[in-house]
Design a protein around this ligand. Structure first.
Ligand code: DGP
Length: 222
């Protein structure tokens, strides 16, 4: 039986190096001759993504719950694309995913479980890599930008919630919670971080025998 592609998610605070590391990871796949596709969330070019983009740039205002649901809908509108790619044997690398959805919205004070709910049943990554960096170190990398969440205090809360998510996934052994969560020290040189990222990804890179799982199936009650 042919293997499906592996599904890799890279998460982290703003300016933790996600864009750099996902691009380097894609290049690694390409160099190894393994088909791979890089997706980024929020995907700002879809109609929903354009609403998110406008909100992040403070060109529009939305209720906290409404924007949360739009971020989730933005992932759902690409869920079948992710499934098809994986089914065709292409690895999918995502720059942010549902974990950002919980971390950013819960850090605004919305209940954690409420934030998780709309993302339950999305395709689950086989590996989530959390690029761990302090908000101070992230800020020192040329400062935060102009977008809505790019403030040190917000990033601190976001980091705490990411750690809670990672702890839950690790406590659950990864099973039923959506793959494996790995924290990576993202404060070092980009090539050092990239080597560490690849060390975790390489064993999965050539594909996976088992079926694609769903995020948090234990949270689904009929
Ligand atoms: P980026 O394009 O990766 O810089 O992300 C834009 C901003 O949106 C960033 O501050 C993180 C935030 N963000 C990403 N995904 C979500 C989400 O699902 N929900 C919320 N509330 N914020 C998110």
């Amino acid at each position: 039986m042919s293997k499906r592609g592996s599904f890799i998610v890279v998460e982290g605070l703003d300016r933790s190096g996600k864009s750099t590391q996902t691009a380097l990871l894609l290049a690694r796949f390409e160099a190894a001759g393994i088909p791979a596709k890089l997706l980024k969330f929020p995907a700002r070019t879809t109609p929903i993504g354009q609403m998110i983009d406008s909100y992040l740039k403070s060109h529009s205002d939305l209720d906290d719950r409404a924007i949360h649901l739009l971020f989730s809908a933005n992932r759902w509108e690409l869920a079948s694309t992710i499934e098809h790619l994986l089914g065709a044997g292409t690895a999918v690398i995502c720059d942010r995913y549902a974990f950002s959805g919980i971390a950013f919205s819960a850090s605004k004070g919305l209940p954690y479980e409420w934030c998780r709910a709309p993302d339950v049943s999305l395709p689950a990554p086989d590996l989530a890599l959390f690029l761990d960096i302090t908000p101070e170190a992230a800020k020192a990398r040329g400062g935060y930008g102009e977008e809505r969440y790019e403030k040190e205090e917000m990033q601190r809360r976001v980091g705490e919630i990411f750690r809670r998510i990672g702890q839950e996934i690790s406590d659950g052994g990864g099973e039923g919670e959506g793959g494996k969560w790995v924290g990576i020290d993202a404060g070092g040189e980009k090539d050092v971080v990239a080597r560490e990222v690849w060390a975790f990804v390489e064993p999965l890179a050539r594909g996976i025998e088992g079926p694609l799982r769903r995020l948090w199936p234990d949270k689904l009650t009929i």
